[in-house]
Write a protein that binds this ligand. Structure first.
Ligand SMILES: [Zn+2]
Length: 594
C-alpha cells in the first residue's frame, strides 16, 4: 500500500484487519477525530456508469438497482447515524440522488492483454470533462460523483490496484472541492460477497458513501491511532447487514462505540424519574438519569455546540449487565472542581456505588462500592435511596444516606487518605431511638462555607429537623426541630418529604417544603437573627386553592446570584411551575407555568 499516513480512503480487500471487529487487547478503542476539514451536509449522489457494458442486459438492471439503492440509503437511518459527525458549520442530514449519467460512448483507460486498466489521473480527466460538457450536474458543496467501472477494468491507484491483496475494492478522493468515489466491477475473490453481485456493489458503495460524507477532502473525520488512518468505514470493513432491500456495510459510531447502521434509540425512562444536573463551569451542563433498563445515562450541553443530542451509558464491563441500578433510582452528582465529576447511586444489591469522570482520562468505566467491613452486610441501604453529596472544598466529599434502620449515616473522601471506608451514624441520644427517619428519606445537605455543614430531613413525626457540623466543634450530636408555634401541630409535613435548601450567601439559608395541604412553605436562617421560627406559604391568589401541588413533591431551588431565588415544582396538572424572590421586591406572589 502506498498510503502510509493520513486517511485510508479505500475499501480494503478481505485481508485487511478491521479494528472495530477485531480489537487488539489493551489497544485504544477506535475513535474518529475531526481534523477540521469540511463534511458533506445533504449529499447529492450522481452515479456515473462508464462504458457501453452498463447499457444492456444484466448490467443495465444492475445500474438501475444501484440508483434505487442510493434513493433509499441517503434518506435512511444510515444518514441519521452519520449525523453525529456533523461539524459546527455543517449538519449531516438526509440527501438525494440526482439523475444518473450513462457514458456509453467511451471506455475507461487503456487496453491490456486481459481487458482494460484505468488510472486515477485518467478518471479525474474524464470527470472534469463530464462536468465541463454538462454530462453530469455541476459541482456543489453537496455533490458526490460515484463512478462505476464496467467489467474487466482494473483500477490503478495509490501504487496498487483493485482486487489484489493489500489493494482495494473501491476508493474516494477529491479534486479540490470536487468529491468523487470510484467503484470498480469487483467480482473478484478479495472483494466479492456471497449472494447477488448487487450486494457486493452496494456494500462497497455504502462504505465509500459514509467515508466521502464524513471525510470528503481527507482532512475531516479519521482515526490517527487506529490503523492508523482508518476512516469511518475501514474500522468496520466487510461487516455486512441488510438495511431495507439492500446489503450495506456497518459504520463506526464514536458515541455507541460500535459498528452500526443507525443512531442509538432514544432513551426511555420510567415516569417519574429524577434527572440530576450539574454545572462544572458556566458554559457546560451535565445531566444524569436512569433508564428503563437500569443503566445510568448522561448527556451534556456546551456553549460551543449546544446539546449533545445523545444519551450515553456510564458502564462497568466488570458487571455482566455493564452496571445497572433499579429504575427510578436517583444518581447524585458532584463537581469538586471544573475538570472532575463524582457520581453516587445505590445498586441492585443495596450497596452504595460511585464512579467519576476526569478531564484527563474521561469516565473511569468502573463503579466501585463504598463499603464498611464493620457492618456484617458491608453497609447497605434500601434500593432507590438517595445518596446526598457535598463538597465543602475541592479536596473533600461528604455523603449522607438513610439506612434500613432509619439512622442518618455519613462517610467522606479526602484528597489526603481517600475514602474513609466507614459509615458513621449521626445520632441524638435525646431521642429514644437515637433519631431515625423513614428509610429512603432524602437528607438535604448544605455547606455555607468550607468549615460548616447543615443537614435537613423530615422526621417520623413530620417535623423538619436539622443538625450541623462545624470544623471547630465537629458534629452537633443533636437534631433540632424547625417548628412554628402559629401552627397547632407546630408545623409538620408528610414524613419522607424532601427539604430543599439553599444558601444564597454565607450568612443565610432558605428552606422549601410542601405541606400536608399541598402548599409550598418556606423559612430561613440568618446569621444576624438565627432561625425565623415561622413557615410562610408561597401562595398565589390567582389559583382557587392558593396554588397547591401533590404533598411530598420536590421543590427545586436555585440561586443564580446572591439577590435572587428561582423555585420550580411539578403541579397537579403535570406542568412545571416557577416563582421567584428578588432582593428588590421580595416574593413574586404568583406561580407561572413554564
Ligand atoms: Zn475506507
Amino acid at each position: 500500500m502506498a498510503i502510509t499516513s493520513g486517511p485510508r480512503r479505500i475499501v480494503p480487500t478481505v485481508d485487511f484487519v478491521a479494528r472495530g471487529l477485531a480489537p487488539v487487547v489493551g489497544a485504544p478503542v477506535p475513535n474518529l477525530q475531526n481534523h477540521g476539514g469540511p463534511v458533506i451536509g445533504s449529499v447529492e449522489v450522481v452515479p456515473i456508469y462508464w462504458g457501453a457494458a452498463w447499457a444492456t442486459g444484466t448490467n443495465a438492471v444492475l445500474a438501475s438497482n444501484i440508483d434505487r439503492f442510493f434513493d433509499f440509503i441517503v434518506t435512511s437511518s444510515y444518514m441519521d447515524l452519520l449525523h453525529e459527525y456533523s461539524t459546527p458549520s455543517t449538519q449531516i442530514q438526509h440527501g438525494r440522488r440526482l439523475s444518473s449519467a450513462h457514458v456509453a460512448n467511451s471506455e475507461p483507460g487503456t487496453v491490456t492483454p486481459s481487458g482494460r486498466q484505468v488510472t486515477d489521473d485518467q478518471i479525474r480527466t474524464a470527470l472534469q470533462g463530464w462536468i465541463a460538457n454538462h454530462t453530469v450536474p455541476a459541482t456543489t458543496a453537496n455533490t458526490l460523483y460515484f463512478i462505476y467501472l464496467p467489467p474487466n477494468v482494473v483500477s490503478l491507484s495509490f501504487g496498487s490496484s483493485s482486487c489484489v491483496a493489500g489493494g482495494f475494492c473501491g476508493y474516494h478522493d477529491h479534486i479540490g472541492n470536487i468529491y468523487y468515489a470510484v467503484i470498480p466491477y469487483v467480482n473478484c475473490s478479495g472483494c466479492v460477497f456471497a449472494g447477488q453481485f448487487l450486494d457486493t456493489l452496494t456494500e462497497v458503495s455504502s462504505h465509500e458513501l459514509a467515508e466521502a460524507i464524513t471525510d470528503p477532502e481527507l482532512n475531516a473525520w479519521w482515526d490517527p491511532v487506529t490503523g492508523p488512518g482508518d476512516e469511518i468505514g475501514d474500522i468496520c470493513n466487510r461487516q455486512t447487514t441488510r438495511l431495507g432491500d439492500f446489503v450495506v456495510q456497518t459504520e463506526w459510531s464514536n458515541t455507541q462505540g460500535a459498528c452500526v447502521v443507525a443512531p442509538a434509540p432514544a432513551l426511555q425512562v420510567p415516569s417519574p424519574s429524577v434527572v440530576t444536573d450539574l454545572t462544572r463551569f458556566r458554559d457546560h451542563i451535565d445531566l444524569f438519569v436512569v433508564g428503563f433498563d437500569g443503566g445510568v445515562n448522561s448527556t451534556f450541553w456546551d456553549a460551543n455546540g449546544g446539546w449533545f443530542n445523545r444519551w450515553f451509558r456510564i458502564i462497568d464491563p466488570n458487571f455482566s449487565d455493564l452496571f445497572t441500578v433499579p429504575p427510578q433510582s436517583v444518581v447524585t452528582c458532584l463537581t469538586r472542581f471544573q475538570d472532575h465529576i463524582d457520581l453516587f447511586a445505590v445498586g441492585r444489591d443495596s450497596a452504595v456505588y460511585s464512579t467519576f469522570w476526569d478531564a484527563n482520562g474521561g469516565w473511569f468505566n468502573h463503579w466501585f462500592r463504598l463499603l464498611d467491613t464493620n457492618f456484617s452486610d458491608g453497609f447497605k441501604v434500601p434500593q432507590q435511596s438517595t445518596v446526598s453529596s457535598l463538597s465543602r472544598f475541592r479536596d473533600h466529599i461528604d455523603l449522607f444516606v438513610v439506612g434500613f434502620d432509619g439512622g442518618v449515616y455519613s462517610t467522606f473522601w479526602d484528597a489526603n487518605g481517600g475514602w474513609f471506608n466507614h459509615w458513621f451514624r449521626l445520632i441524638d441520644t435525646n431521642f429514644g431511638d437515637h433519631f431515625t427517619v423513614p428509610p429512603k428519606s432524602t437528607v438535604s445537605c448544605l455547606s455555607r462555607f468550607q468549615d460548616h455543614i447543615d443537614l435537613f430531613v423530615t422526621g417520623r413525626d413530620g417535623v423538619v429537623y436539622s443538625t450541623f457540623w462545624d470544623v471547630s466543634s465537629g458534629w452537633f450530636n443533636h437534631w433540632f426541630g424547625l417548628r412554628d408555634t402559629n401552627f397547632p401541630d407546630g408545623f409538620t409535613v408528610p414524613p419522607g418529604s424532601p427539604i430543599s435548601c439553599l444558601s444564597r450567601f454565607r450568612d443565610h439559608i432558605d428552606l422549601f417544603v410542601v405541606g400536608f395541604d399541598g402548599g409550598v412553605y418556606s423559612t430561613f436562617w440568618d446569621a444576624s437573627s438565627g432561625w425565623f421560627n415561622h413557615w410562610f406559604r408561597l401562595a398565589d391568589t390567582n389559583f382557587g386553592d392558593g396554588f397547591t401541588v401533590p404533598p411530598g413533591s420536590v421543590v427545586s431551588s436555585m440561586s443564580r446570584f446572591q439577590d435572587h431565588i428561582d423555585l420550580f415544582v411539578t403541579g397537579r396538572d403535570g406542568g412545571v411551575y416557577s416563582t421567584f424572590w428578588d432582593a428588590n421586591g421580595g416574593w413574586f406572589n404568583h406561580w407561572f407555568r413554564i
